[in-house]
Design a binder for this molecule. Sequence first.
Ligand code: ZN
Length: 241
Amino acid sequence: MQVALLSDIHSNSEALAAIDPWLDGVDEIFVLGDVIGYGADPALCLAWVIRRHSTCLLGNHDAACTGALPLSWFSPQARRAVEWTRQQISSSLLSFLEYLPQYIDRLGALWVHGSPRNPLEEYISNRSVAGRIFTSHDFSLCFYGHTHVAEAYVLERNRLTHKQLNQGGEIHLEEDRRYLINCGSVGQPRDGNPQASFGLLDTERKTVRVVRVDYDQQQAASKILQAGLPEVLAYRLFEGF
Ligand code: ZN
């Protein structure tokens, strides 16, 4: 079975369009939350997720739009984008967000937006957080997003290693190891590489491949500026931070 892993699309329809042709042969698409927020095309991105019959998780920006997470949690720029996004999406798209789960346990993996401990808020942003999650939660494979950084933490017996995936790469899943894997952000990468990022899981070959794809950042940034959203949300797309 071929599974696509997309996270943190963040209303970036240009990045999504660049990835779309890669997904024609896949059996299932998982979206690990934050379909919306930051970018200028929330309705288009939500419609894509629904049209593609994706298995979708709730992210913190999605939860902010429905009111499930308070706006005080967010930075001023993110808050401004949430308020703008709420005006752009229909009530039926909003109700799609309201019913999204925070955890999925399928295909031998745990799927979350932030972390298994706190799926909407916690960032797995360093080795010590990853280590504590391996200790506190019983999983062999966990896919997450939220940090917008493509990387993996691997636990073999008591040895924890880290693998950067910001230029893409492949991991072979071994029986005697445990994995925390982030396939990066589709629509707002923050790992130093501005290319759109996503993952492909092959359940027979037991591999996870992170793919980086060029897309039209200029168009995505122009739309953000035209919408009157904070300028930093446009410029950061070129930097990948
Ligand atoms: Zn995000």
